[in-house]
Design a protein around this ligand. Structure first.
Ligand code: ZN
Length: 179
């Protein structure tokens, strides 16, 4: 799911840049100045809505002290959000890996964390609880980052956590509040 979003974003970006270069090249070679102006105006007009609908970026860091830099996110129902998680720690992934997992309202963070402990081969994303997950990043080692884009489904309080063993209990959790 995450990969699909990233791939689509990349394709969109490539298409956008490709179109832009084409327009510029055509305008540069053409002797007709008005045509170039029109092309530029059209490009500006089409790019503006795309910027307005771009996902809002929330940057979160995770560290060796088992802390997220953000523990509360306020959002609107239907809003598209891109969470960029960066592990700024030094310890190896096996000892201090971090992810960011957003759960449906009413999910039990501690219960999720406990079940996740036995899902080491799945990067602590247990198959049996996937129906509780709205979105999640990859499990990150030191100096790694990952992002996930999602639409906030409805108003409510969505708990999030790092599902690496014992991290949620140590405080690596928070809430996304949607209105
Ligand atoms: Zn963690």
């Amino acid at each position: 799911m995450k990969i699909t979003h990233v791939t689509l974003a990349m394709v969109t970006a490539l298409l956008a840049s490709g179109c832009g270069q084409k327009e510029t090249a055509k305008g540069g070679n053409s002797a007709a100045a008005p045509t170039q102006t029109e092309a530029n105006a059209a490009a500006t007009a089409t790019s503006t809505p795309a910027e307005k609908t771009a996902a809002r970026v929330i940057e979160i860091t995770a560290n060796d002290q088992m802390k997220f830099s953000v523990t509360r996110i306020e959002a609107k129902a239907g809003e598209e959000i891109k969470v960029v998680l960066r592990n700024v720690g030094q310890l190896p992934k096996e000892a201090m890996g971090h992810n960011w997992v957003l759960l449906k309202p009413g999910s039990d963070v501690n219960a999720f964390s406990t079940t996740a402990m036995s899902a080491r081969d799945k990067d602590y994303i247990p198959d049996s609880l996937k129906n509780q997950i709205i979105a999640h990043t990859a499990l990150l080692g030191p100096r790694q980052s990952d992002e996930v884009t999602f639409v906030v489904p409805a108003a409510g309080e969505y708990p999030f956590l790092c599902s690496f063993p014992a991290h949620a209990m140590a405080g690596m959790k928070g809430v996304l509040v949607a209105k």
